[in-house]
Design a protein around this ligand. Sequence first.
Ligand SMILES: *Cc1c(COP(=O)(O)O)cnc(C)c1O
Ligand code: SF4
Length: 354
Amino acid sequence: MDEILTTNRQSVRAHQEAASRELQPADAAAEVSWQQAMRLAVRDSAELCRRLKLPESLGNTAAAESFPVFVPLEFLSRMQAGDRSDPLLKQVLAASEEVSPVEGFVADPLAEASASTLPGLLHKYPGRALLVTTGACAIHCRYCFRRHFPYDEVPKGAAAWQPAVDRIAADDSIQEVLLSGGDPLTLVDPLLARLVASLDAIPHVRRIRVHTRLPIVIPQRITQSLIEIFRSARATTWFVVHCNHAAELDSATLASLGRLIDAGIPVLNQAVLLRGVNDSLEALERLSLRLVDHRIQPYYLHQLDRVAGAAHFEVSEATGLRLVEQLRGRIPGYAMPQYVREIPHQASKLPVVY
Ligand SMILES: *Cc1c(COP(=O)(O)O)cnc(C)c1O
Ligand code: SF4
């Protein structure tokens, strides 16, 4: 009986794997390892514009100096050549608006400096602690609230995490550890495996949550060996990916997310409401439906954090609320993200309300 069930499960998995392989585009990009993809990323506004057949003058040099451009070719390939208002390009092109200061937009909008109990550990919310595992990301998002984060002070490497791991071990109220950054999946597998194992060895840590944009921007990061790191852990793993627009979800990315879900790892998505990117009913509807079509649950739609350099991305809360109300009338309830904002020193993210 068992054997029959096992065989059935295996054949189901084999079928699913074959189906997800078929989703992989047979282009050269899929052959490149994720580390090579990081090395091949475009790091220059002018080159980005050239590749998209746009005037090089669109990019702003001063903005790129304060926060360098970094765009993997896999992400770039989903943009429309010649379209200067492409919603993916907007997220990554250093723009002149970034360099003019706007009142109310500051370096550390979430007062994270004061929430950090140890370098690299943020413990703001009951039951959950966030580990800043690295300062590196696989893409530089111009609206990022951590664009001025003091990553130089972040512990680097397995030995450097030990104080944070010890702190978590000493506090049995911490049931969940968020791996964040930067992007934790920029760590190589052996480092990540050591970190996960040391957290997994703490009995009161029941859940490990990975906050990452890597499966979206460089889908080949989701290898079988990466999946094994989490699948072999006692603690339950949740992934929260970050995607703002349906056009970010190409077939390779959806196949990678599908492999995680097939391995039993739930995947949620968070997005940021961004002017010129997803501030329309149509864009939000397409994003949510594409996510749930592929078993990914929309989790949060964040009001932009007011970080210096990102003012031109802000959508007013009144507009956001109107969009979210209209969205509710168009999609299934489980496809609705929670529209939230973060206010320093509050015990949770808070729903945006009238
Ligand atoms: C967002 C965040 C969390 C997780 O909050 P959830 O509402 O559980 O998703 C935990 N710690 C910090 C510091 C955060 O910023
Ligand atoms: S991937 Fe995340 S942390 Fe990195 S720049 Fe983008 S929003 Fe910021």
